[in-house]
Design a binder for this molecule. Structure first.
Ligand code: TXE
Length: 480
């Protein structure tokens, strides 16, 4: 059985405990590798390596820093097939999705920030006859990056690339459920000649390794993506330590469809925004609101389209949906489907586990599920399910839809389908979200601010937002 390794001080290392955790393949339900069951001792080794590397890394020329980050991007790209297969095997997503989205985006993340670091400028403020102020944006030092299982390398690199680009050294922890591509990244860093100790990857459990990263006095900023409840726990530890915090948390995103939308075009797009990655994307639209005039027409067309989705072996190119990431998460999703029925919902399609034969006979598969007839205030419509489950709800008018859309504790993203330009701007302005798409979904420009409001998180990633998060601004005034 393959045993993964931590990446500490430029070397692949065993956990101090010498113990390992099983790593499952969601499509088969089988253990296929083991990850280090690291603890605070491994985090301490990683922190010391990062601290020792900081002096030289933070003084590395911008061009050299850019070059080595570009080499990492090239290294991933060169091993694309291996990364794609690993991401799909670890997460359960179709290989074609990992090939189209996850791994290319991880490459883009490294290239984006490798170039951004050469253009990241700061301000000066002249006081005529008095003097001049200039702002230094200095790296923080050793920072912590903790990422989830839904888009493993995509979100892992989304944090560590800007952290490294701004001259910090990193102690990073991928999800224990999907560790493999982070392990491959370690190998790429070694092959690229990445300076020792600048990036350290410690595998293991959240409440052991993640907690140790958050608690460590010397780790001055935490960038986290994951569940809202975990975000709360992290904030409760980090805030009193005055650490900088970036929290990208859960969502319960509305898809808002007005009667004047381009009906034929949107049905397939809303199927995609509902069920991509088995619905395990924080930006998926899980509450679909349809203007009452077209409710029945949309319901019929949408359900018919959903029924064409094939849930299958992630290795097969004709699979539109793969496996749910873990047995526990599959059970959580099924429990919400049961709750929806208890709350009076009608299952229009789906609602069941999918039993495949062959190698996937023991895998974790759920049908794409569409439910209607629920009150917008019920638990199914208020709580994040994070799986292939969406609800349909009719609405009367703009006021009605904004009240329902904003009724949840989350505020991550929203998607609006309408050809009324003024209405699009009005609704985009009033919907409580950090990211809004109009007549599109998941169009991503890495320069834009990324993040949510309310229980969806604190702070923004992306573009200069990430570069500023990972630096401290210092104003210096010189008298003339
Ligand atoms: O997140 P967790 P998971 C939501 C979604 C999902 C829920 C849980 O609702 O069902 O979060 O998913 C580490 N201190 N999203 O289990 O548990 C953990 O090891 C420090 C939305 O992935 O929050 C992992 O590396 N770290 C999200 C990471 O935190 C801790 C995407 C995320 O784990 C920790 C994924 C602790 N006390 C899930 N406990 C989005 N917004 O994209 C755990 N961890």
């Amino acid at each position: 059985m393959e045993q993964l390794r931590n990446y500490i001080n430029g070397e692949l290392t065993e956990p101090v405990s010498k113990t390992y955790l099983d790593n499952y393949e969601p499509a088969t339900g089988e253990v296929y590798s083991q990850i280090p069951d690291s603890d605070e001792r491994d985090v301490l080794l990683a922190f010391n390596a990062a601290k020792n590397a900081f002096e030289s890394w933070s003084k590395t020329s911008l061009e050299s820093r850019m070059m080595i980050l570009m080499k990492v991007a090239d290294g991933i790209e060169k091993r694309m097939d291996e990364f794609v297969a690993a991401e799909s095997k670890d997460n359960g997503k179709p290989q074609k999705l990992a090939r189209a989205v996850d791994i290319p985006r991880a490459v883009s993340n490294f290239r984006f920030y490798a170039s951004a670091l050469q253009h990241f400028a700061s301000e000066s403020h002249q006081m005529p006859g008095v003097g001049i102020n200039y702002t230094l944006r200095q790296p923080i030092g050793v920072v912590g990056c903790i990422s989830p299982w839904n888009l493993p390398l995509y979100l892992f690199s989304w944090k560590i690339a800007p952290a490294l680009a701004t001259g910090n050294c990193v102690v990073a922890k991928p999800s224990e459920i999907t560790p493999y591509t982070a392990y491959l990244l370690s190998q790429v860093c070694i092959e690229a000649g990445f300076p020792k100790g600048v990036l350290n990857i410690v595998h293991g459990l959240g409440n052991k390794v993640g907690q140790a990263i958050v608690e460590h006095e010397g780790i001055k900023a935490i960038s986290f993506t994951g569940g809202t409840e975990t975000g709360k726990r992290i904030a409760s530890v980090a805030a009193p330590m005055f650490k900088k915090l970036s929290l990208e948390l859960g969502g319960k995103n509305p898809t808002i469809i007005f009667a004047d939308c381009d009906f034929e075009e949107i049905v397939k797009q809303v199927v995609s925004s509902s069920f991509s990655n088995q619905g395990e994307i924080c930006l998926c639209g899980s509450r679909i609101f349809i203007e009452k005039f077209i409710y029945e027409k949309f319901k019929e067309a949408f359900v018919a389209q959903v029924k064409t989705l094939k849930v299958g072996d992630p290795n097969n190119d004709d699979s539109n949906m793969g496996a749910i990431v873990s047995f526990q998460h599959k059970q959580k999703i099924l429990s919400y489907i049961k709750l929806a029925e208890e709350e009076g919902g009608a299952i229009l399609t789906g609602g069941n586990e999918v039993k495949l034969d062959g190698r996937c006979a023991n895998g974790y598969f759920i049908e794409p599920t569409v439910i209607d007839g629920l009150d917008y205030k019920c638990r199914t419509n208020q709580e994040e399910i994070f799986g292939p489950v969406v609800t349909l709800t009719p609405f009367e008018n703009e006021e009605d839809i904004l009240m329902m859309a904003n009724s949840v504790k989350y505020g991550l993203s929203a998607t609006i389908w309408t050809n009324d330009l003024k209405r699009a701007h009005r609704v985009a302005e009033k919907v409580e979200a950090g990211i809004v798409w109009i007549n599109s979904w998941l169009v991503r420009d890495l320069r834009t601010p990324f993040g949510g409001v309310k229980a969806s998180g604190v702070g923004r990633e992306g573009g200069w937002e990430a570069m500023r998060f990972f630096t401290e601004a210092k104003n210096v005034f010189i008298k003339s």
